[in-house]
Design a protein. Structure first.
Lengths: 224, 153
């Protein structure tokens, strides 16, 4: 491969890395901010922590380019509750993302929330989980809510060790969803919300509810 | 090698099929349930509007997949294999062959009245790219009587 091509590839990779970081770490846009302030959207704050079955803690959202430990699926009235991969996870800084703090901007309404494994493995399994995966979690975002903390999910997963040049990383490859627990870290969430979302008012804590029933229930298309 | 394709994948394959006319889209008899549980004609024949209750339905068909509370609608979902498309791809000395499968989404929709008796029911199929929510809304709207304002118009 000529030197020019290698250089171009490296530059392209750097650009992707830079852009990826930009996409992940950001505050709501001006338009998003207006919608949040008028109650048409809400900032939904959540923390996801993970540990391997041997007890080694791993970041759910590591900040390297190969980051693919945990994904989030949301089921809505539009999807009939079927989980769809969320590709717009946001975080406030690299450090906070590494610690598992992320947020979404959602319209008021009922959502079914599911943890999905890495995209690079088990595509068919994830597809099945999207339709019939149990357990999943439920959250109702009320109208006129600006910032909501929906809990801290702690995951247990089967791990794998990857080696890249001289860097050894442990990562999740399969999440044991039945062992997932929810914790309440309202104090930390409030501190974080005060720092980054202070002008939207005090955050409300509405913890995710486990939804083990086979039936997906909706009042109506309230998010429309 | 057999695999399922998503709706977007199905459309992409369809376009590719038109471009590469060597591919064949073959409709097949719908006798393979891909997901969910198919509601049989025998089960459907037991449902009688004005007679069958919500409890009867749950006893006969089980818990619904979706319950739309505001409109009192139960939905049961299943997918049937409806077509296959053999494909082949070659590049240099390498290549692959396989069969892409196309599924059809069925939904049994049952609406109840205020006494929890079946008001109406129908087995429907979802169109490609039609969201589940839109499908439910369209079905409910279809049966709604026009309001006096709409009648005047």
């Amino acid at each position: 491969m000529p030197t020019n091509s290698i250089l171009r590839s490296v530059l392209l990779l750097c650009l992707i890395a830079f852009c990826t970081s930009c996409v992940f770490n950001r505050l709501p846009s001006r338009n998003g901010r207006k919608k949040i302030l008028t109650g048409q959207r809400a900032i939904v704050l959540i923390r996801i922590t993970a540990e391997l079955l041997d007890g080694t803690p791993v970041s759910a959202f590591p900040s390297n380019l190969m980051a693919d430990n945990v994904n989030i699926g949301l089921g809505t009235f539009d999807t009939g509750g079927e989980l769809e991969l969320v590709d717009s996870l946001r975080s406030l800084s690299v450090e906070l993302r590494e610690k598992g703090w992320i947020y979404l901007i959602l319209e008021p309404g009922r959502y079914y929330f599911g943890i999905m494994g890495p995209q690079m493995t088990g595509y068919d399994l994830r597809k099945q989980q999207a339709k019939y995966g149990q357990p999943r979690w439920r959250i109702d975002i009320p109208v006129d809510t600006h910032v909501v903390y929906i809990g801290t999910l702690h995951l247990y997963c089967r791990g794998m060790t990857t080696v890249f040049i001289n860097k050894i990383t442990k990562r999740c490859i399969e999440i044991d969803e039945h062992r997932t627990i929810i914790q309440n870290e309202t104090v930390s969430a409030q501190k974080l919300a005060d720092e980054y979302f202070g002008d939207y008012g005090a955050p409300q804590t509405l913890l995710l509810q486990r939804h083990d029933s086979p039936t997906i229930i909706f009042q109506g298309p309230s998010h429309k | 090698m057999i695999f399922s394709v998503s709706k977007l994948g199905a459309c992409t394959l369809l376009v590719l099929m038109l471009v590469f006319t060597g591919c064949l889209y073959i409709p097949v008899k719908e006798n393979k349930v891909v997901s969910g549980e198919k509601i049989s004609d025998d089960q459907l024949s037991l449902i009688q509007p004005g007679v069958t209750t919500k409890t009867d339905i749950i006893t006969e068909l089980g818990e619904p997949d979706v319950f739309w509370e505001d409109e009192c609608v139960f939905a049961y979902n299943w997918e049937m294999r409806s077509a296959i498309m053999p494909w082949a791809f070659g590049y240099g000395y390498d290549g692959a062959v396989g069969i892409a499968e196309f599924d059809k989404d069925y939904v049994l929709l049952i609406q109840f009245d205020q006494n929890d008796c079946v008001k109406r029911f129908e087995v429907t199929t979802r169109r490609i790219f039609e969201s589940y929510g839109d499908h439910l809304i369209e079905w409910v709207e279809k049966w709604k009587e026009p309001t006096s304002v709409e009648v005047q118009k």
